[in-house]
Design a protein around this ligand. Structure first.
Ligand code: PLP
Length: 393
């Protein structure tokens, strides 16, 4: 099937967090939404068909996790990530964020440390703080416009008696890195040595661009698999985050048991009736969608990079290896925090995510969502350029 990602679809009045809630959440209801991490592309046709088919049956009582969920997850992970897993390792979750919270509750005590790598997807830090645990920030190194991992610092942090869990974002939201096999191996070795459980959030793992390769850290070695909780989901890949279905792979029976028991204690495991039909269709019938999406995203990033380079040289596009979220270094604009957010959201009228959501000191960055038709991207960039010209040209 051929998908037309250029098609602009009106998303207002669909209870969309990105479109309908932009006024409440970012303070300018007229701003063009380029923030929340879903795309403006309709999802693949087989997913819509599966949801419609289920909707035709007029009973929406409780459902259970059908065997097909395990079968299709196993096949997807083997096919896409080259990892042969067992069905019994797979745990259904209503999302990846609940896994952070649940794992922290199950495997750490009050005051324990959880290692993260900021700037990073903000609910990871919230999960730690909301549970009264301590953030141990293995800050990413930013040098010459490139991000890398400070392994010396990581080793120190992991060796702390109180460090129990490390959460990685792989590929990394928001900085756009797709971690290499070598980087993942070093992380896993450090966690292994210091008995730290590794949560690998791979929600963006299908969206790998420009010839980069994604590795599931757990697939690299059986001993890494034994300490790792790998979080997969079709949510970003096929734009179905609102349906709430993800597959969590936990080979170690003790970790799996701890996760499942905590889920049960929280009563947070019941899926909605549309989640699994959509998930199963996504992982079995939609490869053609993904194959067409990747080059479209690559072209969007090329377009944005060229546009910004030519018209707004004080903004630097951080090289992006995966995802549909682009990290912009605005240091040379000379404004930060509220002032920088005002520039984009109120003056230009483009709703971005402010960098300091992801790390307090990333107040000179913003994250922009390029998962949209090219004309929407152009519209957003034109709006930003208009304000930029008044200020800087
Ligand atoms: C890195 C990352 N993890 C997790 C999520 C959200 O996970 P879920 O909606 O499955 O809870 C997002 C959404 O933006 C994300 O970017």
């Amino acid at each position: 099937m051929i998908y037309n990602f250029d098609e602009v679809i009106d998303r207002y009045h669909t209870e969309s967090s990105k479109w309908d809630n932009v006024g409440v959440r970012v303070g300018n209801g007229d701003a063009l939404p380029m923030w929340v991490a879903d795309t403006d592309f309709p999802c693949a046709v087989p997913i819509v068909d599966a949801v419609k088919k289920r909707a035709e049956h007029p009973l929406f009582g409780y459902s259970y996790v059908v065997p097909d969920f395990f079968r299709v997850t196993k096949a997807w992970v083997a096919r896409r990530y080259n990892w042969e897993i067992e069905s019994e390792w797979i745990v259904y979750a209503t999302g990846i964020v609940p896994v952070f919270n649940t794992m922290i509750q199950a495997f750490t005590d009050l005051g324990d440390e959880v290692i993260i790598q900021r700037p990073v997807y903000h609910p990871i830090a919230h999960a730690i703080e909301d549970n009264n645990r301590v953030i141990s920030d293995n800050k990413l190194i930013y040098r010459n416009g490139q991000y890398s991992i400070d392994f010396e610092d990581l080793e120190k942090r992991a060796s702390s008696e109180k460090a129990k869990i490390m959460i990685i974002s792989s590929p990394h939201n928001p900085v756009g890195r797709v971690w290499t096999k070598e980087e993942l191996t070093k992380i896993a070795e450090i966690c292994l040595k210091h008995h730290v459980i590794l949560i690998s959030d791979e929600i963006h793992g299908d969206l790998i661009l420009f010839g980069n390769k994604h590795y599931s850290v757990a697939a690299l070695d059986e001993k890494y698999a034994q300490i790792t909780v790998t979080c997969y989901a079709p949510s970003k890949t096929f734009n179905i985050a609102g349906l709430r279905a993800s597959g969590i792979v936990v080979p170690n029976p003790d970790i799996r048991d701890g996760l499942q028991k905590q889920f049960a204690r929280n009563r947070s495991i019941q899926q909605n009736v549309f989640a699994l039909p959509a998930y199963i269709a996504a992982y079995t019938e939609c490869d053609d969608y993904l194959e067409q999406l990747i080059p479209y995203l690559e072209d969007n990033i090329r377009f944005l990079t060229q546009y910004i380079h030519t018209n707004m040289p004080k903004i630097k596009v951080v090289p992006q290896e995966g995802m549909f979220l682009t990290w912009l270094d605005c240091t040379e604009m000379g404004i930060v925090g509220d002032e920088l957010a005002d520039f984009f959201i109120h003056e230009a009228g483009v709703a971005i995510n402010r960098g300091d959501m992801f790390s307090p000191d990333a107040h000179n960055f913003v994250r922009i969502n390029i998962g949209c038709p090219r004309s929407t991207l152009q519209k957003g960039l034109d709006l930003i350029r208009h304000t930029y010209s008044k200020k800087f040209d």
